[in-house]
Design a protein around this ligand. Structure first.
Ligand SMILES: Nc1ncnc2c1ncn2[C@@H]1O[C@H](COP(=O)(O)OP(=O)(O)OP(=O)(O)O)[C@@H](O)[C@H]1O
Length: 461
């Protein structure tokens, strides 16, 4: 049970309106697009849903694109994903530090997305944010006492004396010496400064705190101490956390449930143990496999995420992870065996990334297909792709690749037509996969506990 300390009770209202375990925050269909000014031509996009259909100079960065989840009172929901996948934007949009493009953000049943002016200002006391860089977020000219009192002053809470008493009490609660009330931020270490930030966030007695990479800038040894303090404060103050981090070991330490974000979407959400022990999305699996393994003999077992995160301006259709996914699903039309598809997929990825030196067609067939191309239409497509890149093929004569034949019909490694092969393979296989056609959203049976396990992957269809 959560015990709310006296220092927490200054507004006379302690979120008793939402019972522990019930949703405190319900996010539905949330989008945050940024307009991005860009170069003359790169900025021209065609949007047939409007008139005129051409939109000049404005591209939209789809940082958060249709995200739905809830955060239950008293829990810590971890939010993890690679850099640039939209975690900070999601956290800030929820707190209305950024204007949402679409969707609802229900906090204790009231839609923050619709709120403005005084109503929103009042709500802000109930929701606070802690940022990554404790240095940058503390004004060096102010004493820590004043820094902690600032939000109380902004929300007209208590009188001068009351604020000072509360600031000193909070210093103690976050593990600092109340006598340091008059000190300036520079007198504190990084970990201590983050504790000052915690005290400041708690000063207005919030129910909900978005913590954006709060320990990423700290030494590993200090991280655990600050996380433990955050844990204690959560119990004592009855707090609910949305905890953003790219570091899975930090997420594992602090979270009750974990949401995994990729390119503006939540791709998996489950109880912590379920997510770590029974991951069901290939992106989550890849993230877990890329946790550094201390034992150097096991390093080769590490999975590595291939390629770059695509641009959020023009994200892939269907499942956003499909362009990097090692488990892309075969298009139904070819009726490939698992082995044929595994070979085809590996070949397609290798061609796309140009990870091999082209050789004779028979060598490529041996290397990628054990000398045995898939049967039927798929096999013909693969044979055509091989034809485009093999060093012994008659590309010019086949008429497929004019560039190869342009200099006297000499076909060598430099005339290899990677582009034709890549386009052919991607159009025939990747673009015809269900992964490219439909956005996945499934619930799977949990192996650990009984919590809901959401996995946005068509492997669960
Ligand atoms: N003000 C902005 N204008 C345009 N694009 C933005 C803006 N803020 C963020 N973005 C873009 O939105 C995407 C998501 O960024 P965001 O910072 O939310 O990701 P993140 O997962 O928090 O990454 P990091 O951990 O690196 O902060 C990125 O492509 C980023 O470049």
């Amino acid at each position: 049970m959560t015990a709310v300390s006296d220092v927490g009770r200054i507004t006379g209202e302690t979120a008793t309106d939402v019972v522990e375990g019930e949703p405190l925050l319900e996010v539905d269909g949330l989008k945050k697009y940024f307009a991005q000014e860009s170069g003359l031509l790169s900025g021209v996009s065609i949007d047939t849903s409007q008139f005129p259909p051409i939109d000049v100079g404005r591209e939209r960065v789809k940082a958060v694109d249709d995200v739905s989840f809830d955060v239950r009172r008293g829990e810590t929901l971890g939010l993890v994903g690679e850099s640039g996948c939209g975690k900070s934007t999601l956290g800030r949009t929820i707190l209305r530090l950024l204007e949402p493009t679409d969707g609802t953000i229900a906090f204790k049943g009231e839609d923050l997305a619709e709120m403005s002016g005084e109503a929103l200002r009042e709500k802000r006391a109930e929701m606070q944010m802690i940022f990554q860089d404790p240095q940058a977020s503390l004004d060096p000219r102010m004493t820590v006492g004043r820094i902690i009192e600032e939000p109380m002053r902004a929300h007209d809470m208590l009188d001068d004396e009351g604020r000072e008493a509360r600031a000193k009490e909070l210093l103690e609660k976050v593990g600092l010496d109340p006598h340091h009330y008059e000190r300036h931020p520079h007198a504190f270490s990084g970990g201590q400064r983050q504790r000052v930030n915690l005290a400041r966030a708690l000063s207005v007695d919030p129910d909900f705190v978005v913590c954006d990479e709060p320990v990423s800038a700290l030494d590993v040894s200090i991280q655990a101490q600050v996380l433990n303090t955050m844990d204690q404060l959560q119990d004592e103050f009855g707090l609910t956390y949305l905890f953003i981090a790219h570091d899975l070991s930090v997420i594992r330490h602090i979270s009750d449930r974990v949401a995994v974000m990729y390119l503006g979407n939540i791709v998996e959400l489950a109880d912590k143990e379920e997510l770590f022990e029974n991951p069901q999305h290939p992106y989550t699996e890849a993230l877990l496999e890329s946790i550094p393994i201390p034992d150097p003999r096991k390093r080769n077992a590490r999975g590595v995420l291939e390629g770059e995160v695509p641009s959020p301006v023009n994200p892939p259709s269907g499942c956003r992870f499909r362009t990097r996914c090692p488990r892309l699903i075969a298009p139904e039309r070819y009726a490939l065996t698992d082995e044929e598809w595994a070979h085809t997929r590996a070949f397609m990825r290798a061609v796309k990334r140009r990870t091999f030196e082209p050789t004779a067609a028979a060598d490529l067939e041996r290397e990628f297909f054990d000398g045995d191309l898939p049967s039927g239409e798929a096999g013909e497509i693969v044979a055509d792709a091989i034809e485009s890149i093999a060093t012994d093929s008659e590309r010019g004569a086949a008429g497929g690749t004019a560039s190869a034949a342009a200099d006297g019909g000499e076909v060598g490694a430099d005339a290899v037509d990677w582009e034709t092969a890549t386009d052919l393979l991607l159009e025939s296989f990747a673009e015809r996969s269900i992964c490219a056609r439909e956005r996945p959203a499934y619930e799977v049976d949990p192996a650990y506990g009984s919590g809901t396990h959401y996995a946005a992957c068509h492997l669960h269809r």
